[in-house]
Design a protein around this ligand. Structure first.
Ligand SMILES: Cc1cc2nc3c(=O)[nH]c(=O)nc-3n(C[C@H](O)[C@H](O)[C@H](O)COP(=O)(O)OP(=O)(O)OC[C@H]3O[C@@H](n4cnc5c(N)ncnc54)[C@H](O)[C@@H]3O)c2cc1C
Length: 377
């Protein structure tokens, strides 16, 4: 069979690797608009739980990636200047480019043809393959070319975020919430290499306008963020990588496939970065689609139907959790009125998926401190 895959992100590369392993006579071609050594963003984080899912499905890839991760156990929530540690979490992070290079190397070893610097404009021209996979991210051209069939909905949320990096190597996954005269600035930051950290800044739309970001150029924007987070950066600079202010698009599709065309990863559905699961979901999509082809062999229609019916319920749960998480960030200016302990508790329970009893199991030291502070008794 011939598979054309648009997009060499985590979903496209990983599916290419898996499906080529199913049958080495499959012809698998990945088209990527960027050169091989270029991507957007900095590091991405995986929770240990996310890695467990991957370990169950594909222990080899899990082991392979685990060796390349920066690891830590705690989350730190910084309420203005007060850091609160939340134990028992367990995370790993890796540079996005590094992850893509590892996935591409494995796919190439299996004989996948990856064509970088090749932007797909004419989707129909690739649909003559047995299967055309749209793994081309939030602005998917494949999805747009079949808009009526997929029925996408895209909802841009109000908060603004910008994905930066910094040379400051933070110890833990840290969420810093710093009140300013313009409103609260939040930074999501964590080390993904011995000498580099992701540093993602998020503000409400009101704060963004009050701080004048609509009028500031790139240098002035970085300078403003460096000033707000000076106590955390400790003299390290903020680094840009094609970084610009964005509003998060919540994407869903009514149908996941049409004839021989199927969507994967962010093209299919996005989950807010605050639950750190987009890459994991993209890779799990790849596993689910691969499994569907393993089970249904040559019947493309059965495989694609099976993919959607098995995968949709699981991803819907995470999608809902991501949605309540992003809504919590939209109200962060109100949440910071809480004490540091109560604020951290609100943060940890924001998706509604963890109650106090579960939190006490996951993070006993934090819950002891929380109760000792006179709350949650
Ligand atoms: C700010 C931010 C922080 C994030 N942090 C995390 C995190 O910590 N942990 C986590 O798990 N997830 C995180 N994510 C989510 C994660 O990045 C995505 O969910 C994941 O990259 C989706 O993978 P994908 O393969 O579906 O799409 P993408 O990674 O977007 O890859 C799509 C690829 O398709 C290519 N492409 C697009 N159009 C064309 C075309 N017409 N022709 C050829 N190529 C094309 C693009 O260049 C790109 O390489 C974050 C996302 C954002 C925005």
């Amino acid at each position: 069979m011939r598979f054309n895959i648009v997009g060499a992100g985590p979903s496209g590369l990983y599916f290419a690797y898996l499906v080529k392993g199913l049958d080495s006579s499959h012809e698998v071609v990945v088209y990527e608009q960027n050169p091989a050594s270029v991507t957007w963003g900095f590091g991405v984080v995986f929770s240990d739980r996310a890695l467990e899912f991957l370990r169950d499905d594909d222990p080899h890839t899990c082991e392979y990636l685990t060796g390349h991760l920066e690891r830590w156990n705690d989350i730190t929530v910084v309420h203005d200047r007060t850091p609160i540690a939340v134990d028992g979490n367990g995370f790993g992070a890796i540079g996005r480019l590094h992850l893509l290079e590892l996935l591409a190397a494995r796919a190439r070893e299996r004989g996948v043809d990856i064509r970088y610097d090749t932007r797909v404009e004419d989707v129909d021209a690739l649909a003559d393959a047995d299967v055309l996979v749209g793994a081309d991210g939030v602005n998917s051209r494949v999805r747009e070319a079949r808009r009526a069939a997929f029925g996408p909905e895209v909802e841009y949320r109000s908060n603004r975020f910008i994905w930066y990096g910094t040379t400051q190597p933070f110890d833990t996954l840290t969420l810093t919430f710093r009140p300013t005269d313009d409103g609260v600035f939040c930074a999501h930051h964590y080390r993904y290499r011995a000498d580099m950290s992701t540093f993602l800044v998020e503000v409400t739309d009101r704060t963004w306008h009050r701080a004048g970001f609509d009028r500031l150029d790139e240098g002035a924007t970085i300078a403003h963020c460096e000033a707000v987070f000076a106590p955390d950066l400790e003299g390290h600079e903020i680094v840009s990588n094609r970084s610009f202010w964005r509003r998060f698009p919540v994407i869903t599709n009514r149908c996941w496939s049409h004839h021989n065309v199927v969507l994967l990863g962010d093209a299919l559905r996005t989950v807010h970065f605050s639950i750190g699961s987009g890459t994991r979901l993209a890779m799990e999509d790849a596993i689910a689609l691969y499994r569907a082809f393993a089970d249904h062999g040559g019947s493309v229609r059965d495989a694609l139907e099976d993919f959607e019916s098995r995968r949709r319920p699981t991803t819907d749960k995470l999608r809902r959790a991501a949605y309540t998480s992003l809504a919590w960030y939209e109200d962060m200016d109100a949440h910071v009125a809480l004490s540091p302990m109560a604020f951290t508790h609100s943060y940890m329970t924001r998706t509604g998926r963890v109650d106090d009893a579960q939190l006490a199991k996951m993070a006993p030291r934090f819950m002891d401190a929380y109760r000792a502070s006179g709350q949650g008794a």
